[in-house]
Design a protein around this ligand. Structure first.
Ligand code: CA
Length: 233
């Protein structure tokens, strides 16, 4: 099997759906490992370290939301495409503040699944990943892990991408439009307000260790000193 694009773990209890997902993902060049229930899926994700996960929400043992929560609590930010059958599940997925993750509602076109998966993987792609230390803040881009004074800070995929972008060029000021296009991949994703909201969330999570600087009337940057909330006019 061609696994050039990396391994995807599929967690799906309906064999017919799992078979279709396996077929289309394999055709798109992914290696595929299928599990039928949440606990086995979680174990497989921990063991196999896939590039992405296709995760049904309604599953025996642990449901998809619980699997996601368990991973995120461990600082594992492997991108997830949720597959859900019900509207109330969509509300629960959105309630997770998933950031860069995505979801599909059943019935869905398997081709759409491949498109979504490529999308979240593209958003993850970046230059070779250094470990940056800014005061108490440590950003490990390979493991997509952020710590403050050694404690893991749980960031959504989007929050992580935004932070990584900001610290990639110390001293540089990014406009909201630049951040929208490099982090969200498009310039009209709810406008500059989206950036402001995510910056506020990052600052709340990083506390005094936040390196983000507001440049009034322009956008955001970072200061090497790690001082939080400084306004440059
Ligand atoms: Ca199911």
């Amino acid at each position: 099997m061609d696994q050039a694009r990396g391994l995807v773990v599929v967690v799906e209890d309906e064999p017919a759906i799992a078979d279709v997902e396996r077929l289309y993902l394999a055709r798109a060049g992914f290696g595929v490992h299928v599990e039928r229930d949440g606990a086995a899926g979680l174990a497989a994700i921990r063991r196999l370290r896939p590039v992405a996960v296709v995760l049904d929400v309604g599953l025996p043992s642990l449901d998809g939301i619980e699997v996601c929560r368990a991973l995120r609590a461990e600082g594992d930010w492997t991108p997830i495409v949720f597959v859900t059958a019900r509207d109330d599940e969509v509300d629960r997925i959105l309630g997770l503040e998933l950031g860069g993750d995505d979801y599909l509602t059943k019935p869905f076109s398997p081709r759409e699944l491949v498109v979504r998966l490529r999308g979240i993987l593209r958003r993850q792609h970046g230059p070779p990943a250094p470990v940056r230390e800014l005061g108490a803040l440590r950003i490990d881009e390979t493991r997509r892990r952020v710590t403050v004074h050694g404690e893991v800070v749980a960031l959504t995929a989007t929050e992580f991408d935004l932070l990584a972008r900001l610290v990639s060029a110390p001293g540089r000021v990014f406009t909201r439009e630049q951040l929208l296009s490099s982090v969200w991949g498009q310039a009209d994703y709810g406008g500059g307000r989206t950036v402001d909201v995510h910056v506020a969330q990052l600052r709340a999570k990083l506390g005094d260790a936040s390196p983000i600087v507001t440049v009034r009337g322009v956008g955001y940057g970072t200061s090497e000193s790690g001082r939080s909330g400084e306004v440059v006019t």
